[in-house]
Design a protein around this ligand. Structure first.
Ligand SMILES: *Cc1c(COP(=O)(O)O)cnc(C)c1O
Length: 399
């Protein structure tokens, strides 16, 4: 059946390097009259030439929800980039998280989720999984092989996210995966920060890897999309769950996501370079208590990052020295180049204040001063630094 081939790709690009795969995966110009890119297929109905063909569903495509050449192009490309057996798409990153979880749990199960998980993932577990009779237990992100002590007979999923959402703790994913697999559980990872370019999830023991395409695949803050890639073990259940939900993204967003993927490596490199520079600059500031960026030698997760990751993206956090609410507002409200808002991964720089002391359950996040998460965009660094420098002056003036 069609679904078995989906995401595996007609043109195997596996023998090529990563950059070549980024350019060639999921593309077959000779299927589309020589045009370089797969076109946007809009469609629900797929016609069958004869009664017999219809009855046997004898056609390359079956129905709009089950895939089109457009969706298949992105699925195939992502599988090849991720080293996955198959990829399923979702209309947002969070819906990809939900899809991955729903493909792997049943009533009565126990799932282990890192305490540093993206907060809406936590809400999905606490509200929806609880309603379905699945128990979620949060664990210390830096637990490593110690996760063994938390595993139960009915533990079906260990969910990891590294670095942690907002707080950037690193997790020893190979160690966690070894324990989880020995106990028969599935390892699921939100890999949005690193992307497969900086962390090849399946080669490191992850069974189901989630990517919010909204971030670096889009690269332009102009779409919402999610992807779940699976290894051979988890692909059939993932694909079937995708079909049952039929929660499919629109063809324009899929097309734009694939377009973004072609240049993602170049953009990511620049975000990485700029963010490293900015993180080091911030670490020297007297107003800053600490920088949370696993690529910095001083970071507690640096050794794991260096061992398992091949790069860092443009997102990191800082803790300021204690400051009043008014001083923080003065810092943030006057910024001219840093936008204040959720999401990230686009060309523009962003900042948000956060406080995760209020909702963590397995660990305490220690911070004396206000915390800020930055996404470093593609602007001139000198301009970005001047913007923050003026912000720090306002912060000091109103302290
Ligand atoms: C943004 C984000 C998501 C969700 O993506 P949406 O498309 O906004 O739903 C999931 N995980 C992480 C780590 C994210 O940053």
């Amino acid at each position: 059946m069609d679904g078995d081939r989906r995401g595996k790709g007609g043109t195997a690009t596996g023998q090529w390097g990563e950059s070549t795969r980024l350019v060639h995966a999921g593309r077959d110009p000779w299927r589309q009259h020589g045009f370089v890119n797969a076109p946007i297929y809009r469609g629900s109905t797929v016609l069958y030439p004869t009664y017999d063909d219809l009855m046997h569903r004898r056609s390359r495509y079956v129905y709009g929800t089950k895939g089109t050449p457009t969706t298949e192009a992105l699925e195939t490309a992502w599988s090849e980039l991720s080293g996955a057996a198959g990829t399923a798409l979702a209309p947002s990153g969070l819906s990809a998280v939900a899809l991955a979880l729903m493909s792997a749990v049943k009533a009565g199960d126990h799932v282990l989720v890192t305490d540093s998980v993206y907060r809406p993932t936590r809400e999905f577990c606490d509200e929806l999984l609880t309603r379905l009779g699945v128990e979620t237990q949060y664990y210390d992100p830096v637990i490593g092989a110690g996760i063994d002590a938390l595993m139960r007979e009915n533990t079906s999923v260990v969910f990891v996210e590294a670095p942690g959402s907002q707080t950037f703790e690193m997790q020893d994913i190979p160690a966690i995966a070894e324990v989880a697999h020995a106990r028969g559980a599935v390892v699921m990872m939100d890999n949005t920060w690193a992307t497969p370019l900086y962390f090849p999830p399946h080669a490191r023991g992850v069974d189901l890897a989630i990517e919010a395409g909204t971030k670096y695949l889009s690269g332009n803050s102009d779409l919402l999309l999610g992807l779940v890639s699976a290894n051979e073990r988890c692909w059939p259940a993932l694909r079937r769950t995708y079909e049952l939900f039929s929660s499919c993204p629109g063809p324009e967003d899929v097309f734009l996501c694939l377009r973004g993927m072609r240049t993602m490596k170049l953009r990511l490199r620049e975000h990485e370079r700029q963010a490293f520079d900015m993180a080091r600059w911030l670490a020297e500031r007297p107003e800053v208590a600490r920088v949370m960026h696993p690529g910095l030698e001083s970071d507690p997760g640096h050794a794991i990052w260096k061992r398992d990751f091949t790069g860092a993206s443009g997102l990191f956090s800082i803790e300021l020295k204690p400051a009043s609410r008014a001083a923080l507002a003065a810092f943030l409200d006057g910024l001219k180049l840093f936008g204040m808002g959720y999401s990230w991964g686009g060309f523009e720089s962003l900042v948000i204040p956060f406080d995760c002391t209020t909702y963590r359950t397995a660990t305490r996040f220690e911070a004396q001063g206000p915390c800020l998460r930055f996404h470093i965009g593609l602007e001139d660094l000198d301009d970005l630094k001047a913007d923050l420098d003026a912000g720090f002056a306002r912060l000091r003036a109103s302290a």
